[in-house]
Design a protein around this ligand. Structure first.
Ligand SMILES: Cc1cc2nc3c(=O)[nH]c(=O)nc-3n(C[C@H](O)[C@H](O)[C@H](O)COP(=O)(O)O)c2cc1C
Length: 169
């Protein structure tokens, strides 16, 4: 698929079939994630790949808006011990968001579907995901991405809005 088509086709998919996602596809998604840019190339990310049925069930209660049934979830975490020092540390959020978007785009490219469910900065959700997956205190779960073979296909769309652009010529 052309990149432009992938960009317009990427939509949040919240309904999935029971077909599992193959290991090859999972590896493709993780390759895409780690191809992203990161501040000073620190790559302060960790990825928890969940295919365990019980854990997937638990993850539905990670936040108020994460009640989705899928065969795969990837939790993108910022590893604070690999982050930049002092006030630059917060760049982990941008680094991990870029990795997340790369996963979503590759998901679309492979004909899969996914929804990004925000965890950080919801303190209670962070704690509950950390507990569910035994994530160390030095790592912050940014999101849970529920991924699967799509059982719905939201329309591709172009959200271009000229009035949001400010040219300085
Ligand atoms: C930081 C972030 C957090 C989000 N959290 C949730 C969520 O908790 N639950 C959910 O159903 N969708 C969530 N979404 C998906 C958005 O609702 C969705 O991207 C938006 O409505 C636009 O729709 P689209 O993805 O189909 O273009 C999140 C998206 C982002 C970027």
């Amino acid at each position: 698929m052309e990149l432009k088509e992938v960009l317009l086709k990427r939509r949040s998919v919240r309904k999935f079939t029971d077909e599992p996602v193959s290991e090859e596809m999972i590896e493709e998604l993780l390759h895409a994630a780690m191809s992203g840019p990161s501040a000073c190339n620190k790559k302060p990310w960790e990825f928890y790949v969940v295919t365990n049925a019980e854990k997937l069930e638990e993850l539905k209660s990670a936040s108020k808006f994460s009640k989705f049934s899928s065969k795969l979830a990837i939790i993108v975490c910022g590893n604070l011990s690999r982050a930049l020092p002092m006030q630059m540390a917060s760049y982990w959020i941008q680094d991990c968001s870029a990795a997340t978007e790369n996963i979503l785009l590759r998901v679309t490219d492979l004909g899969l579907g996914a929804v990004w469910c925000g965890i950080y900065p919801q303190k209670r959700a962070e704690e509950s995901v950390r507990e569910m997956l035994d994530i160390p205190k030095t790592q912050v779960p940014l999101n849970v991405i529920f991924i699967g073979h799509p059982a719905e296909e939201p329309d591709a769309r172009d959200q271009y809005e000229e009035k949001r652009i400010h040219y300085i010529k």
